[in-house]
Design a protein. Structure first.
Length: 399
């Protein structure tokens, strides 16, 4: 392996760890649902607000970054936002009420909401389009590691030391990753050469939003987020309340599902580079309908069957974002890529926040603690997936 190849690989691994910690910070809330609902005496609507508050705050910060994202060295922007996320994660662990935790989640969303878009913009700037799908799969392995290591470890720590400990542990891991970022992520300034520094705040938005192709790109990923986040936040609580799965077994759901994606993501990345990303998106969306329907019906099955269904869910639902993100990075010119990725992140966060909030409102809980209407949520999730396929067909590759 040449020196440049080693440097590129080290950068991708570091960005993968950035994604791992960022996603773990978001995902850890969902399996902690039972702990938090009992600790603060809150219902599903309140818990949906805890999940959606991060997403909505992230959407607002990313929307602001949509105008300013291309004005800075992407490395500096990433380091600044990551430092903010570390402080917010520490604040989550120190929270002593529902409202202080809600405020901490909003703060985490403000900084965490733009980290993913900056990381993907770096990949789009530094990796040629013919190898970008594989690079995206490496970076997005952060999701898999979060599910395999982050979430199960967080659940174990919560069981041993309380729900605060996962946030404290994650803060420490973030500090180590920040050191790696300083060492392995190079300055990313090439886009600054074509930047119009005289453009006003409004002009920057106008330049971004007047391109129809940008709207098709963000629309497709937004519908994928709606499809996923109507279901994802309530997998853990419905498995506990409806299926009767012990809270201690939830970690195996995330462990097996995440482990499956470690093998599937590189394959999906290769397929994205080999075939049309639009076709790969369509194939994965259709395939994802099977685990979505199975998981939202809450069938009374043994643990091995639930683990198999969860593995399919993780593979296909999360795998859809590899070709989808590749389409978005290729849908714009380099000097607009940071802004488009930030705007895409904003729309995604608004979409996921609205989806989880809507699902929380649709679910009802009876006197026995069972949650109802999850099956209808699964149907709506599939409909959103079909909309994503139709929108993706209109995206044009630019760079």
């Amino acid at each position: 392996m040449s020196s440049s190849s080693r440097q590129e690989f080290a950068m991708l691994i570091t960005l993968m760890l950035v994604m791992f910690t960022t996603i773990a910070d978001f995902m850890i809330m969902m399996p902690l649902a039972s702990y938090l609902m009992a600790e603060f005496q809150i219902n599903t609507a309140h818990f949906g607000l805890l999940v959606s508050s991060y997403s909505l705050a992230a959407g607002c910060s990313a929307l602001l970054a949509s105008s300013q994202a291309d004005r800075f060295d992407r490395r500096h922007a990433l380091l600044f936002c990551y430092a903010g996320l570390m402080l917010a994660t520490l604040a989550c662990g120190l929270s002593n009420s529902f409202y202080t935790l809600l405020a901490a989640r909003v703060l985490a969303g403000i900084f965490g909401g733009v980290i993913g878009s900056i990381a993907l913009a770096i990949v789009g700037d530094l990796i040629p389009v013919e190898r970008r799908g594989q690079a995206m799969s490496w970076v997005m392995l952060g999701f898999s590691i979060s599910a395999v290591a982050g979430v199960p470890l967080g659940l174990w720590l919560a069981a041993q030391s309380g729900w605060r400990m996962p946030f404290f542990a994650l803060t420490g891991i973030c500090a180590l990753v920040a050191v790696a970022m300083v060492r392995f992520i190079p300055p990313v300034r090439a886009h600054l050469a074509t930047l119009n520094r005289d453009a006003s705040f409004v002009d920057s938005y106008r330049e971004l939003l007047q391109v129809r192709n940008h709207w098709w790109a963000v629309g497709s990923t937004a519908m994928l987020m709606v499809s996923g986040f109507m279901v994802i936040p309530f997998i853990a609580p419905t498995m506990v309340a409806n299926v009767g799965l012990p809270v201690s077994d939830l970690m195996y759901v995330y462990l097996v599902g995440g482990a499956a994606t470690i093998f599937s993501r590189p394959l999906i990345g290769s397929l994205t580079d080999k075939y049309s990303a639009k076709k790969v998106v369509a194939w994965l969306v259709i395939a994802s309908f099977v685990p979505i329907i199975l998981i939202t019906q809450n069938f009374m099955l043994s643990l091995p069957w639930h683990l198999a269904i969860s593995a399919l869910f993780f593979v296909f639902v999360s795998g859809r974002f590899i070709p989808a993100s590749t389409l978005v990075t290729a849908a714009t010119q380099p000097h607009l890529r940071g802004r488009l990725m930030a705007f895409n992140s904003a729309v995604q966060n608004f979409a996921s926040g609205a989806a989880s909030l809507l699902a929380g409102l649709m679910l009802t809980q009876d006197a026995q603690g069972h949650l109802h209407h999850y099956g209808w949520i699964g149907v709506l999730s599939c409909m959103a997936g079909l909309a994503a396929i139709w929108i993706a067909r209109h995206i044009k590759t630019v760079s």
